[in-house]
Ligand binder design. Structure first.
Ligand code: HEC
Ligand code: HEC
Ligand code: HEC
Ligand code: HEC
Ligand code: HEC
Ligand code: HEC
Length: 453
């Protein structure tokens, strides 16, 4: 008897453990599914973006039947394709690739999207076609905000050869070129694709986990029912067996649940703190009041005074500089002389004290930034870094000015090598080893010492 009681207790203990873990797995499963669901929801946006290219991809074959005949005008002859490649490399390669976006669109399947005569006309006179209001060309222009140069010096046969070459490359599919260039460039498309896959994986996993969770819960339940029929248990044991794993009260009181809640709570606090730390020193949007309410909207916007008239050193030196009161006098010795705000300028000049403008953009001393390198050498508009100053009544800092901000632009911006003999050899060297255009990162724009002394 003693022996059998012991063994019942053993079974009981085992069972309690099993049952606990079954119930535990149910909570965990529920939690994991819930979290994954949330994650899925957040990446849903990526999925939606991902859907766009797919739409065009499915639209293309439908178009193909309509334009099948002209597309057939292209040649599969190896000699034509080779000559097409030659003309392409000489005239188009700097802006186009077949399978990826460079400056212009990826040319993959272009003769399926458009008829050959349309393409010949467009490649010869893109500006004319866009100005004629051709909806496809206008949409392209709106997307790329750039008109490709005329190629009216090319013969029709040469363009057909280029298109044949493109068609041939399309059929071959993206080869090493894409694998090699996977690091940068068409990042949006790539990340879109992988996040679509991620969401799908998450959905499948979530469904599987949910099913498993239910199966476990039902298994545990029927196990406890069958135990109850077969054995004599005391009250406490019966009560335990009667516990319903689906019961909310039990769930809330259970340790795994409380544990996970605490964890989530701690994680949320940690996230807020870390995010807070990352924004320390970021002054985006900073727009202090100035001693004189000088309006860029009025001076640079309405009166179209050139930025460099007042910030002349931006083109020549490290800093853009703030104009001295004397410069204001070029106009304000006659304009609005009675205005109390203008009187402040006179007062500053009389006292020989500068106007105390409040500085807005200010990098820490550890970082080196040079205006002329960006404005004159790279040809970057002031607005790209400072926003639409000419619309601002009060100047505000519109960019982050963090290291990440500098680096991101250096990764994606091409070096302006045009008419710059300094870059000639560098461009040639670069073209030998890489298909992508020369970016700032390729000339050392990510080296610590370039920005930190
Ligand atoms: C300076 C850069 C540049 C050069 C060089 C260039 N293109 Fe383009 N191309 C573009 C841009 C930008 C677009 C987008 C349309 C637009 O706004 O003009 C484009 C569009 C196109 C399109 C339409 C693509 C589509 O998806 O429908 C074709 C076809 C094309 N180019 C062919 C050529 C060929 C062939 C050459 C060489 C003979 C060439 N391009 C040279 C920049 C360039
Ligand atoms: C008539 C002279 C004048 C013109 C023209 C002018 N500015 Fe200014 N700018 C000033 C003065 C004075 C200040 C300092 C007061 C202020 O911040 O509003 C200033 C401040 C700025 C600042 C903020 C400086 C800081 O403290 O960080 C930026 C950025 C700036 N200007 C950019 C531009 C750009 C871009 C243009 C052309 C679209 C332009 N300015 C045209 C006179 C001018
Ligand atoms: C190229 C000519 C020009 C220069 C240089 C110039 N301004 Fe002006 N400013 C104007 C004009 C034009 C007006 C508008 C006058 C009006 O509303 O009738 C104006 C208006 C103003 C006003 C508004 C005055 C009021 O009471 O409405 C202020 C303040 C002002 N300027 C400050 C400055 C300061 C400070 C500088 C030097 C950093 C400066 N301006 C440089 C042309 C200039
Ligand atoms: C590549 C980005 C970039 C471009 C392009 C750019 N700026 Fe700046 N600008 C900055 C940064 C970064 C600072 C802060 C510099 C610092 O604190 O050392 C700044 C500071 C300024 C200041 C404050 C005074 C100073 O020199 O520090 C003015 C004024 C200014 N810029 C005007 C201009 C004007 C005008 C142009 C166009 C001719 C221009 N900027 C183009 C990034 C840019
Ligand atoms: C809008 C794009 C853009 C932003 C933002 C930008 N840069 Fe640049 N930067 C360029 C380009 C383009 C060049 C290449 C200029 C050339 O041809 O020499 C360059 C070159 C440089 C160089 C010289 C690199 C070399 O190899 O000679 C330094 C240093 C530099 N940037 C610092 C900065 C710092 C610091 C910031 C942030 C405060 C910054 N840049 C933000 C576009 C940008
Ligand atoms: C294109 C210019 C650029 C390059 C390249 C660059 N930095 Fe920076 N870095 C900056 C700027 C601008 C800041 C100031 C950012 C701020 O105030 O938020 C900065 C800040 C920093 C800081 C201080 C962070 C802080 O919060 O104060 C460190 C550390 C740093 N950089 C290290 C590096 C290292 C290491 C490298 C090389 C791997 C590097 N940087 C390359 C522009 C650059």
């Amino acid at each position: 008897m003693q022996h059998s009681k012991n063994s019942i207790n053993m079974i009981n203990m085992n069972f309690q453990l099993n049952y606990r873990s079954v119930r535990g797995s149910f909570f965990w499963t529920f939690l994991v599914v819930f979290t994954l669901g949330l994650a899925g929801l957040f990446s849903h946006k990526a999925l939606a973006q991902d859907a766009a290219p797919k739409d065009t991809a499915t639209a293309a074959p439908a178009d193909a039947t309509a334009t099948a005949a002209p597309a057939g005008a292209l040649s599969a002859d190896a000699a034509v394709i080779a000559s097409g490649k030659e003309v392409f490399d000489a005239n188009c390669k700097q802006c186009h690739a077949v399978h990826e976006k460079v400056v212009g669109p990826a040319l993959k399947d272009v003769s399926v999207r458009r008829t050959v005569p349309w393409l010949i006309n467009f490649i010869k006179y893109p500006e004319k076609v866009i100005k004629s209001g051709d909806p496809y060309a206008v949409a392209l222009y709106n997307e790329y905000k750039q008109i490709m140069p005329n190629h009216d010096f090319l013969k029709d046969e040469q363009i057909v050869a280029i298109l044949s070459y493109v068609q041939d490359e399309t059929k071959k599919g993206p080869a090493v070129a894409v694998a090699a260039g996977a690091g940068a460039g068409t990042t949006t498309e790539e990340s879109g694709g992988s996040s679509g896959l991620l969401v799908l994986t998450i959905c499948i996993l979530a469904t599987l986990l949910l099913l498993a969770g239910f199966a476990l819960a039902i298994l545990g339940r029927s196990f406890s029912l069958s135990m109850k029929q077969n054995r004599n248990f005391n009250e406490a044991e019966k009560e335990f067996l009667d516990e319903n794993p689906f019961e909310i009260g039990a769930v809330i009181k259970s340790r795994p649940f409380l544990g996970v809640c605490t964890l989530i709570f701690i994680a949320l606090i940690a996230k807020t703190v870390v995010e807070g730390l990352f924004t320390v020193g970021i002054q985006q949007g900073y727009a202090p009041d100035q001693p004189i309410p000088f309006s860029h909207k009025l001076h640079a916007g309405q009166y179209k005074i050139d930025c460099k008239y007042c910030h002349g050193t931006a083109a020549r030196g490290k800093s853009a500089g703030i104009p001295a009161a004397n410069l204001c006098m070029n106009c304000h010795n006659k304009i609005k002389t009675g205005s109390p705000e203008i009187q402040k300028i006179y007062a500053a000049i009389e006292k020989n004290e500068p106007i105390q403008w409040v500085r807005i953009h200010n990098l820490p001393d550890l970082a080196y930034f040079n205006h002329s390198q960006h404005v004159t050498v790279a040809g970057i508009e002031c607005q790209r870094c400072h926003g639409n100053i000419e619309e601002m009544e009060i100047v505000q800092q519109s960019s982050l000015l963090t290291m990440g901000w500098c680096i991101a632009c250096h990764r994606e911006t091409e070096v302006n090598t045009k008419d710059n003999p300094y870059y000639e050899d560098m461009v040639k060297l670069h073209a030998k080893n890489a298909k992508k255009p020369l970016k700032v990162e390729d000339i050392g724009g990510l080296e610590c010492a370039k920005c930190h002394y």
